[in-house]
Structures are given as C-alpha cells and as structure tokens.
Design a protein around this ligand. Structure first.
Ligand code: UGA
Length: 439
C-alpha cells in the first residue's frame, strides 16, 4: 500500500463492477477489471462503455490510465491488494444463481499465494454467502494462503449509479477483523472524509442490510400502489395523498410514486430472494409475498385499464412511450413494458414503440413484426394511434407538443402509467387516464 493508493481488482464489469471501477480510479486507486465477455473487453479497452449509464463514459475517459482490463482473473489476483467480486447473480428457478460467484472464488483461490489479499463481495447475495466464498477459497487454493473475506453491498441505482457512488447515504462494510476494516477505510477514504456514514458490521449483517433495504423500498411502492387503487375509486388524487404523507420524515417523500409497479434487475429478484431466505429459516415473510403479488397485479390492472378505455384492444393502433424499467437507462430487465407489450400483442393490437435508449434491447425480446413496429421518435409512434400508453417517465415525454400529438393521433387518448402530467396541464380535447387519480 502506497500513500493511500491501493491496487484494486474488480471481477465482473456489469453496472456494479464498472461503476465501482471508474469511481475507485477517480479516487486515485489503480484498478484492474476482469470479464469473461470478450466483446465487452474490446469496447472497454477502447475506452468505450458497453452500457448506457450517465457520466460513466466520462469517468472512464478521465481515469483511463488508472484502469486496466483483462479476461484473466489470475492477472487481477496477481495485481490487486483488494479484490471485489461484482459478477451477476441472475435469478434461476426462483433463486439467485450464485454460480458466477462460486466460479470467481474458485479462480481467485487457484491464483492466491501467501501474500495477503482481501476478497470483498459486492454482488447482492443471500445471507451467509461469504461463508461459502471463504470455504471455496480455502478448498481450492494450492498453497498456504493469507486472506480475509468481507461484504460491501452496493446501493447504486441504475441511471444515477455514478452520483450514488460518489454521494452515498452510507457505506456498509461487513468484516471479520480490524485488518479488513482498515483496508476498506483506505479504499473509501475520500468519501469517509466527506462525512459519509461508514457502518462496520459482521459480513452476515451487511448481507442482510442489502436485502432488507431493497425489500423495504419495494414494499413502499406496492403500498402506494394499493393506496392509488383506492384513490382511483374515490376520485382522490394519490399524488397529493403521497405528498401529504411524505412531509412526515418517518415516512419520507421518496418512493411514493404510484404507477405500474417496480421492475429492474434488483427489486423483483431481491424481494423473492428475501422471502426464500426467510422461508429457509422458518419465517413466513407474508408481507413481502403480498408486496410481490400487488406488484404483478398492478401491471395487469393497467392492461385492464387500456381495455376499459378502448373496449376491445384487437386491431387498435397503440403507441407506447417508454420501454426501459425506469428512465435514464437502457435496461429492460423485468420491466413492466415486457408484460404489457406481450399481453397487448397477444390480444391483437398493433403496437408502435418508442424509447430513447432501450429499443435495441427490447428488439431482442420482441423483434419487429407485422404488429410491432419501432419508431425513430416519439411523434412518429403516434401516427393514427387510437391511444398512447406511457410506461416510463423519461424527461422528453414530460413537455410534448399536445397540438401536434392531437393532429397525429386518430383518437386523442393518453393512458399514463407513470402520472407524468398534472391533471390541469393536459389540453382540451384529450382523454387522459392515469394511476390513482380521477379520470
Ligand atoms: C435499486 C435500489 O434503489 C438501489 O438502492 C439498489 O442498489 C439497486 O436496486 C440494486 O440492488 O442494485 P434500481 O433497480 O436501479 O435500484 O432502480 P430504482 O430507482 O430503485 O427503481 C426500481 C423500480 O421501482 C423502477 O421500476 C421504478 O420505476 C420503480 N419505482 C420507484 C416506482 O414505481 N415508484 C417509485 O416511487 C420509485
């Protein structure tokens, strides 16, 4: 260790790994990343980001000389003092598939020598995974080895991952001894100096904090969605109800936006995993089961709403604005749009889709066809439409030219799954439906 600068290894260059890598390089650390995906590596070596994430490519450029990329985990182990495991843990049969974590641990083990290394899990994993990582490192290493395992969960949101990393609400580190804690303090020194809370726990606690946090936020969304469903019946505006609730700091005004429910690669999976973990320990976390059920029902409810407005969806021209699971990202994993597009096309509607970033990813699931067309801009999608559905609250949808829209559409009907317009902002002549507000 030289003057606070560390050599850091990152295994896996997905959202989490790459964000972590460029931010650590921004702190001044030397970083080496590995990935199995040659296509990604090729781009990264040319200083190009394989994913769309605001500010990421800028930081990649700025700190390129402190970043190295390789396909070999061995090189990372030889190079680094601290190695972060940032591989994916996708869902398989209702459980997170930890095979990439296991493989990373095994490969690290084969390259470990007797100089000390700290291995840190950053991927979201079920509680006590660190025990398995530790065991795997011991089992597969060839010589006498000298290491610790720590847990350091991430709380990055896609679309604002860099800002979240640089200005976190907290840093959680789960360690088994002071030595590991000291290294993590060095790594995060610039943030600790800024006053970011740094909570030191044991690894199991750190692992639980991650699942408990994401599940709580998902529950908050399902809660407000149920309140919205009630508001809709009563002719009360849920956005005002949420605002009124949010003034109470014990509730808080964040994550109370009603809509078509949560998606993404984290909440749906993490809620299900937390239910499973609880179940394995004899706890029936029925509150979270209900959270998940409500979330699924919210997508269905939206499709029913379209049906209630259009009577029959078959042969209707339906424009869709927004496909990504939220704005600011090209990610469509578990996006509500997938269920909605799939159901509407089953019902025989003609769909014209537009999203500022996510169309390429969406085409992989729904290739262009007779009744699914992709459009170059938001207005093109509206030609002859019987209705417009808004599924993601991208900024560019927030101030459209309503006149132009009216002229392009066959019927001026907007069904908004994200409540992006104020009720009095919608111009005369439009039929506007949203979630949890009067029609
Ligand atoms: C989430 C957490 O917010 C991060 O703290 C966490 O690190 C990350 O998961 C992870 O585990 O890696 P992310 O999935 O990127 O981040 O997205 P969020 O901004 O949390 O949104 C999740 C979903 O909830 C989106 O589909 C969004 O549309 C929906 N949402 C969010 C609502 O429907 N209403 C709200 O009020 C807020």
């Amino acid at each position: 260790l030289r003057g606070g600068i560390l050599k850091i290894g990152i295994i896996g260059t997905g959202y989490v790994g790459l964000t972590t890598a460029v931010c650590f390089a921004e702190f001044g650390h030397e970083v080496m990343c590995s990935d199995k995906d040659e296509k990604k590596l090729k781009l990264l070596k040319k200083c190009k980001s394989p994913i769309y994430e605001p500010k990421l490519e800028n930081l990649l450029h700025k700190n390129f000389e402190r970043l190295k990329f390789t396909s070999k985990n061995k090189e990372v182990v030889d190079f680094a003092d601290a190695i972060f495991i940032c591989v994916g843990t996708p869902e398989k049969n209702g459980k997170p598939d930890l095979s990439q974590v296991e493989e990373a641990a095994r490969e690290i083990a084969l390259s470990l020598k007797n100089d000390y290394k700290l291995i840190i899990e950053k991927s979201t994993v079920p509680v006590n995974t660190y025990q398995w990582v530790k065991k795997t490192l011991k089992r597969y290493s060839k010589s006498s080895i000298n290491f610790d395992v720590a847990s350091n969960p991430e709380f990055l949101r896609e679309g604002s991952a860099i800002d979240d990393f640089m200005n976190p609400d907290r840093i959680i580190v789960g360690v088994e001894n002071k030595k590991a804690e000291k290294i993590l303090r060095k790594i995060y020194k610039p943030l600790i100096k800024k006053g970011v809370p740094f909570l030191v726990t044991d690894p199991a606690t750190a692992e639980i904090i991650k699942h408990a946090s994401n599940s709580f936020l998902a529950m908050k969304i399902s809660y407000i969605n149920m309140v919205a469903n009630l508001c809709e019946k009563l002719g009360v505006d849920v956005t005002t109800v949420a605002k009124g609730m949010g003034y109470d700091p014990r509730i808080g005004d964040k994550f109370l936006n009603a809509g078509i429910g949560y998606g993404g690669s984290c909440f749906p999976k993490d809620v299900r995993t937390f239910i499973k973990i609880a179940e394995e320990h004899g706890i029936n976390f029925s509150l979270l089961r209900e959270t998940e059920k409500i979330n699924k029902a919210q997508r269905k409810r939206f499709i029913e709403k379209v049906e209630n407005v259009l009577w029959i969806n078959k042969n209707k021209n339906i424009a869709i604005w927004g496909l990504s699971f939220k704005p600011g990202t090209d990610d469509i994993r578990d996006a509500p749009s997938i269920d909605i597009v799939s159901e509407l096309s089953k019902q025989g509607a003609n769909l014209r889709l537009y999203d500022p970033k996510a169309m390429e990813n969406f085409k992989k699931i729904f290739p262009e066809s007779e009744n699914i067309k992709y459009c170059n801009d938001k207005y093109e999608a509206l030609k002859n439409a019987d209705a417009l559905l808004i599924l993601t609250e991208w900024d560019e949808f927030k101030n459209p030219n309503f006149n132009k829209m009216k002229k392009l559409m066959r019927l001026p009907i907007i069904i908004d799954g994200r409540n992006i317009y104020e009720l009095d902002e919608i111009e005369e002549g439009f039929e506007y439906y949203s979630v949890g507000r009067r029609a």
